[in-house]
Design a protein around this ligand. Structure first.
Ligand code: ATP
Ligand code: MG
Length: 446
C-alpha cells in the first residue's frame, strides 16, 4: 500500500476521552472511530489487525479439529426462554421487537442457538465428538463501556461449543481448547496465563480465564513468577492424544495463578516469597465445561450404543477477538506509539522515502516496494511529500515492526537502513539484503 493512497486518519493530539494507552493509540493511529458509547467503526488500519487476529484464531481452531460456522447476531427470545436465561440475563441483554411485536435480542453469547442447531440435526452418539465455533459480533449493554475496544458494548468474539457423549470426552474437549488457546495467544506474541475462574452466568464449575498481564487490566491477579515463563514454543501437538493434551494443561495450570475471584491466600503464601507476584490482568478468553446444563433444559439428546437417550455433554469457549487489539497494545508499546508483534502487524514493514521527488530515492523505494510485494509481503510505503520527522513519527505511532529508510546519502554508498521498531536499532545494508532479511523474519510467521 502507498500511504498517499491509503486512508490513515492519524491524530496529532491525544484524545481527551482515552484513559489508557491502547485506547489512545488506537484513536491516534486512526484504527477506530467511536460511533456511540462502546460501539466503534473499524477504520482500515484497525480492521487489518482485527482480520489478522481473526485469521490466527481460525487457523488454531481448525488445527484443533473444531469446525467453523456462522450464526446470526439477532436471536429469537423464545430460545432463551427455554434455557431460562431470558429473564436471568438482565440489563446487559439488548432486547428488540420486530414489526410483528416478536421479542428478539442481539446475542451476547450463543449457547442456546448452538444447542438448537445441535438438537435439530444430531441424534446419535456416532456423530460425536463435535465442536462448532464462530467468530461473530456480540452485544452486551455493559454498565460502563470503557477503555475503547477493551470493554465495548458491541465486540467481536470467537465462541465455540463442544458436544460429547461422556464427561470424560467433554473434559478432553476442554483441555483441547486450553491448548489451542495457548497456541493462539503465543502466535500473536502474547503471554496469556490460564487462571482458575468463577463461572458467572454461563454456569458450570470447571472454568479457566486467560489473562494478559498489564497494569491497566481490570482483574487483580496473583501468580507464581514462574508461570509467565511457560511457553508452548513450536512443539507439535496431537490434539487427539488425550494424555498429551492433558499433560500440557497440567504443565500450565499446576503452579499458582488465580484472579481475585478465586484467590486462596493460604495456597499463595505457600509459594516461596520471591516468586509471589500480585498484578493486574486483561481477560482475553475463557473456557467452560458445564455438562448438561443447556442440553437438559433444551432437549439436546443423543442415542447411545445401548439405545438409551441421554443429554449431550457440553462446554463453551470464548476468545475476545476485538479486545485482543487493546491487550496487544497494552503489552507492546512505548512513548512513541504501538509496537506490533510480527504475528499481527497490519503491514509487514514500512518504507520511508527521505526525499520524495528525488529520482534516485523514488526509484529505490519503488524497487523495494515491488520486491517485497513480489515476495508475498504487504509493505506500507510512505510516499507522501512530508518531512522525514513527520514520516518517522507516523511509522512509530502505527507500530510496524520493521522500517526501511531510503535517503540520497545512503544510496550514494549503496545502502538503505533497516530499523527495528522494538529495539530502535538500525543496520545499513543493500536494498536486496534488506528485502531478504524481511522475507526471512516473516517466514517464521506464516
Ligand atoms: P468480562 O468479565 O471482562 O466482562 P466475561 O467473562 O463476561 O468478560 P465471556 O463471556 O467469558 O466474558 O466472553 C469471552 C471473552 O470475550 C472474554 O474473555 C473477553 O475477552 C471478551 N469480552 C467479554 N466482554 C467484552 C466486552 N464488553 N468488550 C470486549 N470484549 C469482551
Ligand atoms: Mg469471562
Amino acid at each position: 500500500m502507498r500511504l498517499s493512497r491509503y486512508f490513515l486518519p492519524v491524530l496529532k493530539e491525544n484524545p481527551a476521552e482515552a484513559q489508557i494507552v491502547s485506547h489512545r493509540y488506537m484513536l491516534r493511529a486512526g484504527m477506530i472511530k467511536q460511533q456511540a458509547a462502546g460501539i466503534y467503526s473499524w477504520l482500515p488500519l484497525g480492521f487489518k489487525v482485527l482480520k489478522r487476529i481473526e485469521q490466527i484464531v481460525h487457523e488454531e481452531q481448525i488445527r484443533a479439529g473444531h469446525i467453523p460456522l456462522l450464526m446470526p447476531t439477532l436471536q429469537p427470545a423464545d430460545l432463551w426462554r427455554e434455557s431460562g436465561r431470558y429473564d436471568d440475563y438482565g440489563q446487559e441483554m439488548l432486547r428488540i421487537k420486530d414489526r410483528h411485536e416478536r421479542d428478539m435480542l442481539f446475542g451476547p453469547t450463543n449457547e442456546e442457538m448452538i444447542t438448537d442447531i445441535f438438537r435439530a440435526h444430531v441424534n446419535s452418539y456416532k456423530e460425536l465428538p463435535l465442536t462448532l465455533y464462530h467468530i461473530q459480533w456480540k452485544f452486551r449493554d455493559e454498565v460502563r463501556p470503557r477503555f475503547g475496544v477493551m470493554r465495548g458494548r458491541e465486540f467481536l468474539m470467537k465462541d465455540g461449543y463442544n458436544f460429547d457423549l461422556t464427561k470424560e470426552d467433554a473434559l478432553h474437549a476442554y483441555n483441547r481448547h486450553m491448548v489451542s488457546y495457548l497456541r493462539t495467544y503465543e502466535r500473536m506474541g502474547l503471554t496469556a496465563i490460564p487462571m482458575r475462574a468463577a463461572s458467572g452466568p454461563i454456569g458450570g464449575d470447571n472454568t479457566h480465564e486467560f489473562l494478559v498481564l498489564a497494569s491497566t487490566g481490570e482483574s487483580e491477579v496473583f501468580y507464581d513468577a514462574k508461570v509467565p515463563e511457560l511457553k508452548l514454543g513450536d512443539r507439535a501437538v496431537d490434539y487427539d492424544n488425550r494424555a498429551e493434551v492433558a499433560a500440557i494443561c497440567e504443565e500450565f495450570t499446576t503452579l499458582y495463578a488465580r484472579t481475585d475471584e478465586t484467590h486462596d491466600e493460604a495456597a499463595f503464601n505457600a509459594i516461596p516469597e520471591e516468586r509471589r507476584k500480585v498484578g493486574r490482568g486483561i481477560e482475553v478468553g475463557q473456557i467452560f465445561y458445564f455438562g448438561t446444563k443447556y442440553s437438559e433444559s433444551m432437549g439436546a439428546t443423543v442415542v447411545t450404543a445401548e439405545g438409551n437417550r441421554v443429554p449431550v455433554e457440553m462446554g463453551s469457549h470464548g476468545i475476545g477477538v476485538s479486545r485482543l487489539l487493546g491487550a496487544l497494545i497494552e503489552a507492546n508499546h512505548d512513548d512513541k506509539g504501538i509496537i506490533w508483534p510480527e504475528g499481527v502487524t497490519p503491514f509487514h514493514c514500512g518504507i520511508v522515502n527521505l526525499k520524495q521527488g528525488d529520482a534516485g530515492t523514488d526509484a529505490a523505494c519503488e524497487g523495494l516496494y515491488k520486491a517485497l510485494v513480489a515476495a508475498g509481503l504487504d509493505p506500507l510505503y510512505d510516499d507522501r511529500d512530508e518531512r522525514a520527522g513527520a514520516k518517522f513519527a507516523t511509522m512509530d505511532l502505527i507500530g510496524l515492526p520493521w522500517r526501511i529508510t531510503v535517503g540520497p546519502k545512503g544510496l550514494g554508498k549503496g545502502v538503505v537502513e533497516l530499523t527495528s521498531r522494538r529495539t530502535g536499532e538500525s543496520v545499513e545494508m543493500s536494498a536486496e539484503d534488506a528485502v531478504a532479511r524481511i522475507v526471512e523474519i516473516y517466514a517464521a510467521h506464516r
